[in-house]
Design a binder for this molecule. Structure first.
Ligand code: HXC
Length: 514
């Protein structure tokens, strides 16, 4: 056979392999508002940049008539391409081929591209659209998932791992994403559960829709399994591009520095925080008032809203922001907000991203519900994460910093490099009302007019502690600054921290509360 004919044969084989699932399955996919796996890759990557591998891989299953089935690409497309000119590795499961279920060869295609991404130090983006372990392949498909989970763990903290949930994902198809850094979901399309409604009906006799069980909204707002929520696939891919613009390609690098831009004029920092410590405000406006172009990219926007985390830039450098959100639950730390903050802090630390913390909270949320839900263990994660982080850390106390909240939110005592406070800061073991009621209980009870005495004692306590100067006198705060100085002071602190180097005691790994 001459070269021409061999090329023709290659083209024919390619054409056949590129077909994906049958017409019925493709129509079902499209009718649900979903793109096909191949269309997704094209939409995600730079134009014409995709290089596919393992197109001709075939499954080897023989049971349950599998030997009679041709599964194109074994239900997954893998390769490398670029996003904004930088290389990424990608896999996309094809639900039109056996429901994107994961058999042995399917898993080998994925683990091969994972190994490649780790070796070449580039992000791995997994587009998941799969019914989980391929039932007909038994333990081989379980083995396949085990190999994937192992590699997710090996790559954790070395290269960015991004999971996109674009279909009904069950079993192993959700555990691999759970091991990755960021999970993206799309309204009406993404579903995540360990076992689907059919299994639930069989085992528990309960009827539940896929959406109720694990729709995009459930995971973006209730469980926190999803970090980003989009209205459609296109918006989701744009979010991925934006995320990638902030983060480095591996833990050996720092994020790319881009051109500096001033914050937009519509955020006047001195007008955002009300002086009355009981009044709420949106702390994201404080972040927007200090970041380049007022561009704040929020992570976990819909979950545990009493804390805000996300990325922004100062003088072109990526920064991770953590801020109490007085708009929700007065910005307290509770089980979920502690988990949210701790995991974000650890991400920033692993990938050389400095952390800026804005503090305004009355403390940890008290109550039986929280105690029973393990607020001690979850709250301790924040202490651990800040203490462990060796990236440059800066904290600004805006208003309230009471009790454990003061210590936990990036205090000096957890080795924060720069601690600033606004003149409105109040640093104390607890709020003035509670404190006065406890330490002056006797005087208040025995007074002729207890209410008058209580007010007087609250005033005395406020005068003594509800300010930043007691902490500043001890050096716990490096500078009391005017709100308008915040950006300049933080940018300077970041600049002088560029070559920060600290080393802790030698250990295999620590034991954070999990
Ligand atoms: C083999 C599968 C499959 C699977 C789906 N299919 N899941 N084939 N193994 N796990 C096939 C279907 O048979 C069907 O084939 C096609 O994919 C499309 O599936 P439908 O059911 O028609 O689609 P839909 O109605 O949209 O429902 C999707 C679904 C449902 C919710 C994902 O298919 C489902 O519940 N699947 C099983 C989910 C599950 O329990 N997986 C857990 C596996 S255990 P045809 O030929 O009819 O088109 C696991 C262990 C790992 O993953 C644990 C790690 C810790």
């Amino acid at each position: 056979m001459g070269l021409k004919r061999k090329i023709q044969e290659l083209k024919k084989r390619r054409e056949e392999a590129l077909r994906g699932g049958d017409e019925r399955a493709v129509q079902k996919q499209l009718s649900m508002g979903k793109l096909t796996a191949r269309e997704r890759i094209v939409a995600l990557l730079d134009k014409n940049s995709f290089n596919e591998y393992d197109l001709f891989v075939e499954h080897e299953a023989r049971d349950f008539d599998m030997d009679k089935k041709v599964l194109h690409g074994d239900g997954v497309i893998v390769g490398t391409g670029t996003i904004n000119g930088r290389p990424v590795a990608v896999f996309a499961q094809d639900f039109t081929v056996a429901g994107g279920s994961l058999g042995l060869m399917h898993s080998r295609k994925i683990t091969k591209i994972m190994d490649h991404a780790l070796k070449m130090r580039m992000p791995l983006i997994g587009i998941n659209d799969s019914g989980g372990a391929r039932i007909q392949e038994g333990v081989n498909s379980l083995a396949g998932y085990g190999e994937i989970f192992f590699r997710n763990t090996l790559a954790s903290g070395v290269i960015p791992q991004i999971s996109v949930i674009l279909g009904p994902c069950a079993g192993g198809a959700v555990y691999s994403p759970a091991l990755t850094d960021f999970v993206f979901v799309v309204d009406n399309i993404s579903k995540m559960f360990i076992t689907g409604p059919e299994v639930i009906k069989t085992v528990l006799g309960e009827e539940i829709s896929m959406e109720e069980l694990g729709g995009a909204d459930v995971h973006a707002t209730v469980t926190g399994n999803a970090h980003f929520f989009a209205r459609n696939e296109k918006e989701c891919f744009m979010q991925i591009h934006k995320l990638l613009s902030f983060i480095p390609w591996s833990n050996d690098e720092k994020p790319r520095v881009v051109e500096r831009k001033p914050p937009r004029r519509d955020y006047k920092i001195e007008d955002i925080v009300p002086e009355d410590p009981k009044l709420p405000y949106d702390v994201r406006d404080v972040i927007r008032a200090v970041v380049d172009d007022s561009d704040f990219f929020e992570v976990h926007e819909r979950w545990a809203r009493n804390i805000v985390v996300g990325f922004g830039r100062m003088d072109g450098r990526t920064v991770g922001f953590v801020a109490n959100q007085p708009l929700y639950l007065a910005g307290v730390l509770d089980v979920d907000s502690s988990d949210k903050a701790a995991s974000f802090i650890r991400y920033c630390d692993a990938f050389n991203i400095p952390i800026i913390t804005f503090v305004d909270l009355p403390g940890y949320l008290p109550g039986v519900d929280q105690e029973y839900a393990g607020v001690i263990r979850h709250g301790a994660k924040v202490l651990y994460a800040y203490s462990e982080a060796t990236v440059p850390k800066m904290t600004v106390i805006l208003r309230k910093a009471y009790g454990g909240g003061y210590i936990a939110m990036g205090s000096r005592h957890l080795r924060t490099d720069f601690v600033f406070a606004w003149p409105t800061a109040e640093i104390a073991v607890m709020g003035p009302e509670g404190a006065a009621n406890i330490i002056f209980r006797k005087e208040i009870k025995e007074a002729d007019d207890p209410e008058k005495m209580r007010k007087q004692k609250v005033k005395e306590y406020k005068a003594k502690f509800a300010n930043p100067y007691v902490a500043a006198a001890k050096g716990y705060i490096d500078a009391v600054i005017e709100p308008a100085e915040t950006r300049r002071r933080l940018a300077h602190a970041l600049e002088v921290s560029e070559r920060k180097a600290v080393a802790g005691p030698k250990k295999k790994h620590g034991l954070p509360p999990l």
